[in-house]
Design a protein around this ligand. Structure first.
Ligand code: 26Q
Length: 831
């Protein structure tokens, strides 16, 4: 046989094995044959076949980590917004083509099967998706890492739009099985709640603390494999599920009231029921507090259990373990580790505190005051009495340290104390996280400066060495290679495929940004992606959209600081200009919105209604003649985002400067060839530095100007009275032009701008925004020049790979190096 023939044979063998595995899973795992199998059964059979490939490498990887005994990192997060797993796994395994060919050869529509998969929506937005991108990067870089979170039975709600308004539908994502997870019945930890603390002196007179009479809940582990790209390593995402404890059963069932006992049992299992759907705002509920402790306690126990397989001396913990806290949500892990070290392991305070600080690092993701967690002291008194003692002790020692550091500044004590003493006493979780960690980082350069100079200034003055920046990134495997196959193939053709593991390779596109042939190909790809989105819009919104119009897109959670309302003010301005001058040429535009509002956030929900009300007017006005259209796509999610970014021309990143910590959607758009219109906020600033001032549309006040204006006294009415177009737009909204059936419907929105201070300063940035959009329209008239800039924009995205971010965390915070995985460490029958 020739080499070529051997290659063909190997390829055929591979396909036969895939087909065999798929059919076996269909028959033996799912009990179906090709006649009775539904599309969803086929998806599951396919997923199990893929999982088999993952499991081998997974066992190898875990064995290699165990053998090497390198330091491990634990990424603790209340959210992991994973999206779909099938395509991503196939791409990372390098098996996409093989599986597609094999499954298609059986007469299946492969894309249709892929589309059967439900999103794993265990997160709200940026913070949760960042955690998912980090897992992909850590696996790809062979970093011994574990994600730790909660296996919510209900993920982020599904959003329906009914009569223009958001309606929430529960997302019962586990109902039809989750083929990716493996339950680990043996990895169980007891998590205690309530009860009381008894202190008894030991032989040396030292007080021994016992936390007794507790209500216990079991945390059971479910593991999901996280494959790296083009590597042997497969890491683990471990999610905890609440199960009632045996003792719990005995206690309540012995009382003889059977139904009441079952009720109690179910209650204890509600801890992992549902993800809180609040984004950038705190929901101060007892159940959320319990969820946070549930994650903290189960994870700390698991980490120590794994550490103890190889070590006895707890002082070595920081050499073997780094724990990254994804915002303050898992911060109870700090007092929990202190408790276990002292009350269980018998370590003295000073030593325990030293170990704890060296182990933990904290990432802040928001400076919005309403999103900073502060839990009432009485929650602790009832639910975590021992932790309250520990926090008080941490605080006393900390206050003493402040007095020594700043002897004559008593005001600092109240400002910095972990305990907030005003009105209701509360524990400030950010203060606890900073004091109990050796590293505090922001997620973009500007954000970190704001942390150092404003939000945490006192702490920065005391511990300057703790503060550092880690600008966010995204994984190019999911957000370009997987979601935009046409653009990926084009880029590969011109500069090769190195960008998938080294995004700085995209710089090579700069050299061909003016090449007419490349520009033509680039435009073809964008055009065909836009046609794809047009079909989606037709199917879901029954709207015909012109694929040649400028797709002007704002997709993200609904929040006042993100200023979707400013975008709407601009749309109405254009509408008025057309009405005044129906014959004039305007650049055709399609405004696309998507995003969920927190169910209790009335203003955000009203903004959704306004967008849909404006859409109803604009889309049906014969004077507009289809030149502007407004589309609100329901149920924004990871899988919908994957369809939108590749089809976008313009990315709206228009938050008030100083409010968006980083943003990561901004990076996903740019990577997929959209130009940005944005403020100098979050990572937009660094994007501008990378792509050049000429290749981004910047408008509005800087963060410094926002602060100055606020200090001077901001009066939105000045802008209203000083700008006729603006006044007209606001008057239309307030008078019910878009809601004739309920003329007052939208006055809360105009009130907040005109009468309640316009906190996010939309009116101050309006004129600059509208003027900037005129430049956008001018450029869009020159499609080759637009494409050239989009190419340069994409070429500058190297910095924004989450691989770069993770590399910095690994070196600068965790002190961790990659582990070389040797295949075949675990002997198993191989495919
Ligand atoms: C807290 C307590 C109780 C209930 C909910 C919460 C809660 C939940 C989610 C508080 C905040 C969040 C989410 C914050 C978030 O997503 N922040 C975003 O993080 C991204 C990744 O760093 C940044 O890019 C965004 O700028 C930032 O808004």
């Amino acid at each position: 046989m020739t080499e070529e023939q051997i290659g063909v044979n190997e390829e055929l063998d591979k396909q036969m094995l895939i087909i065999k595995s798929f059919l076996e899973h269909l028959e033996y795992t799912l009990g179906k044959d090709k006649y009775s199998a539904t599309a969803y059964d086929r998806f599951n059979a396919l997923a199990y076949a893929v999982r088999d490939y993952l499991v081998e490498r997974w066992l190898d990887t875990q064995q290699a980590y165990y053998n090497s005994d390198y330091k491990r990192v634990y990424y603790m997060s209340m959210e992991f917004l994973m999206g779909r797993t099938l395509s991503n796994s196939l791409i990372n395994l390098g098996l996409w083509e093989d599986f597609k060919d094999a499954i298609s050869s059986l007469g299946n529509d492969f894309d249709q099967i892929v589309n059967e998969e439900q999103d794993a929506g265990l997160g709200n937005g940026g913070l949760g998706r960042l955690a998912a991108c980090f897992l992909d990067s850590m696996a790809t870089m062979s970093i011994p890492a574990y994600g730790y979170g909660i296996r919510y039975e209900y993920g982020i709600f599904r959003q329906h739009i009914i009569d223009g308004a958001q309606v929430e539908i529960p997302d019962n994502w586990l109902r039809y099985r989750n083929p990716w997870e493996l339950d680990r019945q043996e990895h169980l930890h007891t998590v205690k709640f309530y009860g009381r603390v008894i202190s008894t002196p030991d032989a040396n007179g030292k007080l021994v603390r016992e936390w007794v009479d507790t209500d216990d809940v079991m945390a059971m582990a479910y593991d999901t494999p996280i494959p790296g790209y083009q590597t042997q390593s497969v890491n683990t995402l471990r999610l905890w599920s609440a199960k009632s404890s045996r003792e719990f059963d005995l206690k309540f069932f012995n009382e003889g009231n059977y139904i009441r006992a079952v009720e109690k049992k179910m209650q204890s299992e509600t801890i992992s029921k549902v993800l809180y759907p609040a984004d950038n705002v705190v929901e101060g509920k007892e159940l959320r507090f319990k969820q946070e402790y549930f994650l903290a306690s189960a994870t700390v126990h698991d980490v120590i259990y794994r550490f103890k397989k190889k070590h006895q001396d707890m002082r070595l913990l920081p050499d073997k373990v780094a724990i990254q806290l994804n915002d303050t949500h898992p911060t109870l892990a700090i007092p929990e580790l202190m408790r276990v070290l002292m009350d269980v392991e018998g370590v003295e305070w000073e030593e325990a505190w030293d170990i704890t600080k060296k182990t933990f690092a904290y990432t802040n993701h928001t400076i919005l005051p309403e999103a900073l967690e502060q839990w009432p002291v009485w929650f602790f008194e009832q639910i975590l009495p021992r932790h309250l003692q520990i926090i008080y002790e941490i605080n006393e020692r900390f206050l003493k340290e402040i007095r020594e550091h700043f002897p004559n500044e008593p005001e600092r004590l109240a400002r910095m104390s972990i305990v907030e003493e005003h009105w209701e006493r509360k524990i400030r979780m950010a203060h606890l996280a900073i004091v109990g960690s050796h590293s505090v980082n922001g997620v973009a350069a500007l954000h970190t400066e704001i942390l150092k100079n404003e939000l945490f200034r006192d702490f920065y003055e005391m511990y300057p060495e703790r503060f550092n920046n880690k600008t966010n990134g995204i994984t190019q495997r999911r957000w370009l290679k997987m979601s935009n196959p046409a653009l990926s193939a084009l880029i590969d053709e011109y500069i090769g495929g190195g960008w998938t593991t080294n995004l700085y390779d995209l710089e090579k596109l700069s050299a061909i940004a003016s090449d007419p042939e490349f520009i033509a190909r680039w435009r073809q790809v964008k055009r065909s992606n836009k046609e794809g989105l047009c079909r989606y819009i037709k199917q879901h919104n029954d709207l015909d959209v012109d694929p040649d119009s400028l797709f002007d897109v704002q997709v993200k959670r609904l929040h006042e600081y993100k200023r979707q309302l400013l975008n709407v003010l601009h749309i109405i301005t254009l509408y008025n200009r057309i009405k005044d001058n129906p014959g004039a040429y305007v650049v055709p535009r399609t405004f696309i919105f998507a995003g969920k509002a927190a169910p209790a956030y009335a203003t955000a929900k009203l903004i959704i209604r306004l967008i849909n009300a404006v859409a109803a007017v604009v889309n049906h006005d014969p004077d507009v003649a289809g030149r502007i259209k407004v589309v609100f796509l329901a149920n924004y999610s990871v899988s919908l985002a994957e369809k939108i970014f590749p089809a976008s021309d313009l990315s709206e990143q228009i938050s008030t400067a100083g409010t968006e910590a980083s943003g990561t959607g901004n990076m996903k758009f740019a990577l997929n060839g959209a130009l940005t219109i944005g403020t100098l906020d979050g990572a937009n600033i660094e994007i501008m530095e990378e792509v050049g001032r000429d290749n981004i549309f910047i408008f509005g006040m800087t963060a410094a100007e926002v602060s100055q204006l606020r200090a001077r006294g901001y009066n939105p009415r000045e802008y209203y009275n000083g700008n006729r177009e603006l006044k007209r737009v606001l008057d239309m909204i307030a008078s019910g032009f878009f809601s004739p059936w309920a003329p007052d419907l939208f006055t809360p929105l105009t009130d907040s701008l005109l009468n309640l201070g316009d906190h996010y300063m939309l009116l101050a940035d309006y004129a600059s925004y509208v003027a900037c959009h005129e430049k956008v329209a001018e450029l869009f008239k020159q499609p080759d020049e637009w494409a050239r800039r989009a190419i340069l924009n994409c070429a500058g995205m190297g910095k924004f790979s989450s691989d770069r971010t993770i590399d910095q965390y690994a070196r600068e915070i965790w002190g961790i190096k990659p582990v070389n995985i040797l295949p075949g460490t675990v002997e198993l029958q191989r495919h």
